[in-house]
Design a protein around this ligand. Structure first.
Ligand code: GLC
Length: 416
């Protein structure tokens, strides 16, 4: 544990990015996902990094979130990437498929765990004054999600392109995207089939929805959304604003109720995303089908059925859990894929961090501990890699990958 903490601190020293950005006239101080492949500031990575930083440097945890929010947009969006030092990386940028709002900011969202990150920093020494400082931008962001991304008003927010889920190449979208073989070229052209028509309508959200090219009410995104609305309500209570807190709490309940009534398939015991304006279930079994474990109010029998999938050696109980795609799926690929295709079966530490927390909330400490211990073992064997082979534990993808340091949070936070 002491050794792991020291290794994390060293990784975060190496991946720290600081400087002054002339394009927006502000200083920045954040941890990039990986120097070699991802030198910019990514939204959900940064939220994870802030949580990890609370273990050894609360001031940097605060800077991480301040840098993330300093370019929050007037409409409320916090872009999924801030290209702080874009001029240094022109060549690398030519390989990214990204929709831009400006040369320095993307025009996409990522899983909305901002309130959770803020609450963790506040609780672990950041203090309520920090919550007060960031609250206006944080509330604008969740209000943007509600106003702009939930046009059918069912309590579930929709993503408009695959990368907005943070799970860029997940096979659960293959059928919907019309992807038959899994190659980088095919997935990139599918991305363009979705994103290019958006550019033609000026990336106006209402017109993007009207195109009905890619509208997904994603189970993981919405579980995180519901959880974060609840956490946001708690922060607002602490700040002495119970009536605004009650509004967000009500929204959290609506999101949870909608996940249960619209996404849960009782026959398979899994939650499925809703696709298109027709809201068809996307029925590939991936880890996101189990994600509602995170919700404290999930009925006990549903939590038990999700845990059973995690314990099933044919589905998710790999030697190094949790594979991001059920091993029974034809699209399950435990190996590194050409062109760094992600989330097609390999094991990821941020996924394990969330699922283990969910298991603890439903009394499955035994299974949570198993996942946590294996996560730490992966890092001991292969280092902080982007993802791992669930059979062999071999590390793949980016090296020195920052959110894999969540393993430290998994074991530092446990009191049992
Ligand atoms: C990949 C992942 C995305 C992550 C980014 C930086 O694009 O799919 O979730 O935020 O890399 O780590």
């Amino acid at each position: 544990m002491k050794d792991l903490a020291a290794r994390v601190a060293e990784l975060y020293r190496r991946n720290r990015q600081t400087g002054h950005a002339a394009w927006c006239g502000t200083d920045y101080d954040f941890v990039c996902p990986s120097e070699g492949t991802y030198p910019f500031q990514w939204f959900w990575d940064s939220c994870f990094h802030a949580i990890v930083l609370t273990h050894f440097d609360i001031e940097r945890a605060k800077s991480e979130l301040r840098s993330l929010l300093v370019n929050a947009q007037p409409d409320g969006l916090v872009p999924h990437v801030t290209f702080w030092q874009r001029e240094k990386y022109q060549e690398m940028l030519s390989t990214y498929a990204i929709a831009y709002r400006s040369p320095y900011l993307s025009d996409c969202m990522q899983p909305p765990l901002l309130a959770e990150a803020l609450a963790t920093v506040v609780e672990r020494g950041g203090g309520l004054a920090f919550a007060r400082e960031l609250m206006p931008a944080v509330r604008r962001y969740y209000d943007w999600l509600d106003r702009v991304r939930d046009p059918d008003r069912d309590g579930l927010v929709a993503v408009l392109q695959p990368d907005e889920t943070g799970l860029d190449h997940t096979p659960k979208f293959d059928g919907y995207l019309g992807v038959a073989t899994c190659t980088h070229a095919e997935l990139t052209s599918a991305w363009h089939r979705v994103a290019d028509p958006y550019a033609e309508v000026g990336r106006d959200p209402a017109r993007m929805f009207a195109l009905d090219r890619f509208i997904v009410e994603d189970v993981m995104v919405n579980t995180i959304y519901g959880e974060n609305l609840r956490v946001l309500a708690g922060l607002l209570d602490d700040l002495g604003d119970p009536s605004t807190a009650a509004d967000y709490r009500l929204r959290a309940q609506e999101t949870t109720a909608a996940l249960l009534s619209r996404c849960f398939d009782p026959a398979r015991g899994l939650f499925f995303d809703l696709a298109g304006s027709a809201e068809k279930h996307l029925e590939t079994s991936t880890f996101t089908c189990l994600f509602p474990l995170l919700l404290p109010e999930l009925p006990a029998e549903i939590a038990a059925s999700l845990a059973a999938h995690l314990e099933d050696p044919r589905a998710f109980a790999a030697r190094f859990p949790v594979p991001t795609v059920a091993m029974t799926e034809p699209s399950f690929c435990p190996d590194r894929l050409p062109g760094s295709l992600v989330f097609r079966g390999t094991t990821w530490i941020n996924v394990n961090w969330y699922l283990a927390r969910g298991l603890r909330r439903h009394g499955r400490t035994d299974l949570a501990r198993h996942i946590e211990d294996r996560s730490v073992e992966l890092i001991e064997r292969a280092g902080f890699r982007e993802y791992y082979n669930p059979h062999s534990g071999e590390g793949h993808g980016a090296e020195g990958f920052s959110w894999s340091a969540l393993a430290l949070d998994m074991i530092a936070a446990r009191g049992d």
